[in-house]
Design a protein around this ligand. Structure first.
Ligand code: SAH
Length: 338
């Protein structure tokens, strides 16, 4: 297989093209065609000479993934199924909102090793990490499917644990935030983690995007049951990270909390959560559990969720309830399993 353009950083591509005798600005031109002008072949890159386009086509592949299927939810959400070069499959989700916000939810791994009990992706186990190109091509495919729309937000909340794939995550963020390429601002990108604490310290040294933490329980006993990763990095360590990180400017942490009926949704637990977050500039996203066939969990009652919002609000914690977009096509949080 020829090297794939989407796997290169801008500077690495410059070096590569220099060896073929192309000028140094050609790398930026090629990447702008690909990421800004949504070209799908070298032929379209008409500000490069015919000879250079020929050279590019001889030495490189423009992409490596294929869109196998697109499912449309009744709420406008679209589930994209990709086939990777080795035949493995991943999913990404396009989520247009009434507010005008248009979000892509991206995967970072094929499957996931975290094995959270309420998540469908975890049941697949981990098959492998995605490459930079496989992450970026998810964005390209959605953009190309909706040529009229401007994508406003990116969330790394699809399949996989982003902190377990920092190299490809960070290098794809570099392209996504590059002002000459995708130009997404740091405030429009959120990376979610189950809490691989040492990797989180490593990540925030390399990236300034927003972090969301999957909390799901306010004490170790319950979190151990729901998220095996807690046994390795218990809440004391996770909250220590949050305390240190939230001291930085504009580094408020978002906590995600999946609402599982009669499992983690009692009002006592809500008060325990308020205690746990005391002193940490934080925001809470309550996620009504999205059911799938192979587990017994039920989503919390709306009334319970309302009571949680009240308690958190009165404790001065900004709280949102995440809409369960795409549930009917198994495209909502925790339902991805290509
Ligand atoms: N591995 C990362 C990103 C994946 S999922 C992480 O754990 O944060 C994005 C969010 O959806 C996480 O908060 C995850 O815990 C949550 N989630 C998983 N399964 C879910 C389900 N069935 N219903 C609702 N949310 C779920």
């Amino acid at each position: 297989m020829k090297p794939v353009i989407t796997n290169f950083s801008r500077s690495a591509l410059k070096g590569e093209l220099a060896t073929l005798g192309l000028k140094s600005f050609a790398a930026t031109q090629v990447l702008q065609w690909l990421y800004q002008k949504r070209a799908t072949s070298f032929e379209e890159m008409t500000n490069l000479s015919a000879e250079n386009r020929q050279k590019l086509a001889e030495h490189f592949q423009i992409a490596s993934t294929k869109v196998l299927d697109i499912k449309n939810s009744s709420d406008g959400t679209c589930l994209f199924l990709f086939e990777l070069a080795d035949g493995k499959k991943i999913e990404a989700v396009y989520i247009p909102a009434e507010s005008g916000r248009k979000t892509i939810c991206l995967s970072t791994q094929v499957g996931c090793a975290m094995d959270c009990t309420f998540c469908r992706t975890g049941q697949m186990g981990l098959l492998r990490n995605l490459t930079q190109g496989e992450i970026l091509e998810q964005v390209l495919a959605v953009q190309n499917c909706f040529p009229e729309e401007t994508i406003t937000n990116l969330v790394f909340m699809g399949m996989g644990e982003p902190m377990a794939n920092i190299p490809a995550l960070v290098s794809s963020l570099e392209i996504l935030q590059d002002q000459k390429l995708f130009n997404f601002s740091r405030r429009k990108i959120t990376v979610s983690t189950a809490g691989l604490v040492p990797k989180m310290f490593e990540f925030v040294k390399q990236s300034n995007v927003h972090l969301a933490i999957s909390l799901h329980a306010p004490n170790n006993a319950l979190r151990d049951q729901l998220m095996p990763i807690n046994k390795r990095y218990p809440l004391e360590q996770l909250m220590e990270f949050c305390r240190l990180h939230s001291k930085g400017p504009r580094n408020r942490v978002t906590f995600e909390y999946v609402m599982l009926k009669k499992v983690n949704d009692s009002l006592e637990l809500c008060k325990e959560l308020v205690q746990l977050l005391a002193g940490i500039p934080s925001k809470v996203n309550l996620i009504p559990f999205n059911p799938f066939p192979t587990v017994d969990y039920q989503p919390s009652d709306n009334n319970t969720i309302k009571q949680w919002v009240d308690i958190l609000y009165h404790a001065g914690i900004q709280t949102n309830v995440r809409a369960n977009r795409g549930r009917d096509i198994l495209a909502a949080c925790g339902q991805l399993a290509a």
